[in-house]
Ligand binder design. Sequence first.
Ligand SMILES: NC(=O)c1ccc[n+]([C@@H]2O[C@H](COP(=O)([O-])OP(=O)(O)OC[C@H]3O[C@@H](n4cnc5c(N)ncnc54)[C@H](OP(=O)(O)O)[C@@H]3O)[C@@H](O)[C@H]2O)c1
Length: 215
Amino acid sequence: MTKLRVQTFTISIDGYGAGPSQDLQNPLGVNGLELMDWVFHTRVWRRMHEPADGETGIDNEMAELGFTGVGAWILGRNMFGPVRGPWPDHSWKGWWGDEPPYHTPVFVLTHHPRPPLEMAGGTEFRFVTEGIHDALEQARAAAGGRDIRVGGGVSTIRQYLSAGLIDELHLAIRPVLLGSGEHLLNGIDLRALGYKCTKSVAGERATHVFLRKRA
Ligand SMILES: NC(=O)c1ccc[n+]([C@@H]2O[C@H](COP(=O)([O-])OP(=O)(O)OC[C@H]3O[C@@H](n4cnc5c(N)ncnc54)[C@H](OP(=O)(O)O)[C@@H]3O)[C@@H](O)[C@H]2O)c1
């Protein structure tokens, strides 16, 4: 059965999934790159982005999980890029170059309509203006029985969590402080929503915590 998964989503120990003031120079907000200083070392990441080998180990295994069995993705518009408000044109095609690492349909939540965008390697960005339930329905139809990964950002995950729709959540907790930015869980009572921690694994540079919603 298709599951809705959050995987490899990284937060600081004070709970932020992005720093403040996201823009072209700071895709993850100010100081936000510090969050990702575990994934950048992994073989999975390096092979995807550079002709380099990277490290194997627990963090690498955890990063690999995120791409297994995924048939569609859902992203928020801020994760897709730094453009805010109505699209001035269609020149922004995501942070990931001509061949993004998704290789599936990717449903981008936005209030601003835009035609679908086909990229090399099987990724197609489809822009959804009718909200999280509509995006989920479309992703489910596209996923071909495989899972749907909610890639982020923070606001998008918060909405699916608050609606109790996420089945499994893997958080990578980095030992850094951001102090401000986009907080992942503030005001969301995961316990009351039926989530519980099922596993915790210490990686080389992050601690991996797995949560699941009770059936
Ligand atoms: N820590 C990690 O592992 C990780 C992973 C992925 C991303 N990130 C970071 O997270 C940050 C982005 O997170 P974010 O919370 O700012 O934003 P986000 O969730 O990526 O996107 C929010 C935007 O998406 C659109 N949107 C969201 N829900 C919608 C709905 N129900 N209906 C219609 N449109 C909707 C709105 O854009 P419009 O109104 O403008 O259309 C909204 O402002 C980035 O810095 C990114 O790099 C971190």
